[in-house]
Design a binder for this molecule. Structure first.
Ligand code: NAI
Length: 319
């Protein structure tokens, strides 16, 4: 008989679980035996207002299906209270899905501090506060799984979303560091950049596209990543939506190596400009260690060819 991934006796905290992707995470993990903390502030997608109904409806649905869940109405900025809800009700936390999110879309020209700050607070501080409160439990039990939620807007930029883009790419650096610090305690942390139909995307995508982007189809990848059988995948970024899923990683061009002395002029760089931008021989770095090797190589080199007649048709002024 085919086996299914199960999470019996584990506690899964899902932030923003009152709707969209979070609701599907909560329903799924409860159906696979986990105790679920259904956290949701219950406000609008712009971060206004609050209410208990969003979380309550999901908890009722889980309980009606025979699952175990408890509602939590705190904002993710109060991450310690959310984790406390898990400990008080279920005695432990095993998986944290930092999923809660809002949007305050506006062109950069019209961006107000409030639009910027609220987005950073919910996405960046919220993910930090929840992870920070879960961390001692994870370390003590030598087990923990975290998913932080990025976005294509963060990875590639998106018109009218500079506040959100900054907050979403922050999830990548945050996760990569947690993955490094958590590794020896069996705390694995990954980032998912989802794409799914929800109230967030309802107004920006046509119905026929939304139809093939069911949030349910993001859940299985996350289920695999946070399962105890995943012992190695950590610090990794995945795109996921509409049946597509793929890992993303950093890519470094071949690059130029120049002697680091007074001969390292703009002219010397421009002479090597095609190497700086040449991805035909690329590397996929996951740390800073190899930069030290390059530094040593550069120290051994002779002076650079500064050149006088720079022929460069790019956008960098030659000084
Ligand atoms: P959604 O709006 O349906 O769900 C987000 C949930 O988070 C809502 O139920 C909301 O009440 C809750 N929430 C908002 N602020 C909160 C706070 N301070 N504390 C606790 N709960 C709070 O949106 P969706 O689409 O399900 O988004 C889930 C995550 O996925 C978000 O982080 C979003 O940025 C991200 N995302 C979604 C994409 C999509 O295509 N739907 C694309 C890229 C990223």
């Amino acid at each position: 008989m085919a086996q299914e991934l199960r999470y019996d006796n584990q506690t899964v905290v899902v932030t923003g679980a009152g709707g969209g992707l979070g609701k599907q995470y909560a329903l799924f993990f409860a159906s696979r035996g986990a105790n679920v903390v259904v956290n949701d502030l219950g406000g609008s997608f712009k971060g206004e207002g609050a209410g208990t109904k969003a979380a309550d409806v999901v908890v009722d649905e889980i309980k009606a299906a025979g699952g175990k869940a408890v509602a939590d109405y705190n904002s993710v900025e109060q991450g310690d209270k959310i984790i406390e809800t898990a400990i008080k009700n279920f005695g432990r936390i095993d998986v944290l899905l930092n999923n809660a999110g809002i949007l305050r879309d506006v062109s950069f020209k019209n961006m107000k501090d409030q639009d910027w700050d609220l987005i950073q607070t919910v996405h960046v501080k919220g993910a930090y506060k929840c992870a920070r409160a879960a961390w001692p439990h994870f370390r003590k039990q030598k087990y923990g799984r975290i998913i932080n939620t990025a976005s294509a807007a963060g990875l590639f930029g998106s018109f009218g979303q500079c506040n959100y883009s900054a907050a979403k790419l922050a999830q990548v650096g945050f996760t990569e560091t947690l993955a490094k610090e958590g590794r020896k305690y069996n705390i694995l942390c990954n980032v998912v950049a989802p794409i799914a139909a929800s109230r967030m995307t309802a107004t920006v995508m046509p119905p026929e596209v939304l139809e093939v982007l069911k949030p349910e189809w993001v859940i299985p990848l996350v289920a695999v990543l946070v399962h105890s059988s995943n012992a190695n995948t950590t610090g990794t970024i995945f795109e996921c939506g509409g049946g597509h899923m793929a890992q993303l990683r950093w890519e470094r061009a071949k690059g130029a190596l120049l002697k680091a002395n007074e001969s390292l002029t703009p002219g010397a760089i421009l002479k090597k400009w095609s190497d700086v931008n040449d991805f035909s021989e690329c590397e996929h770095p996951d740390g800073v260690a190899d930069m030290m090797t390059k530094l040593e190589e550069s120290m051994k080199m002779g002076d650079n060819d500064k050149g006088e007649e720079i022929r460069f048709d790019g956008k960098v002024a030659v000084i």
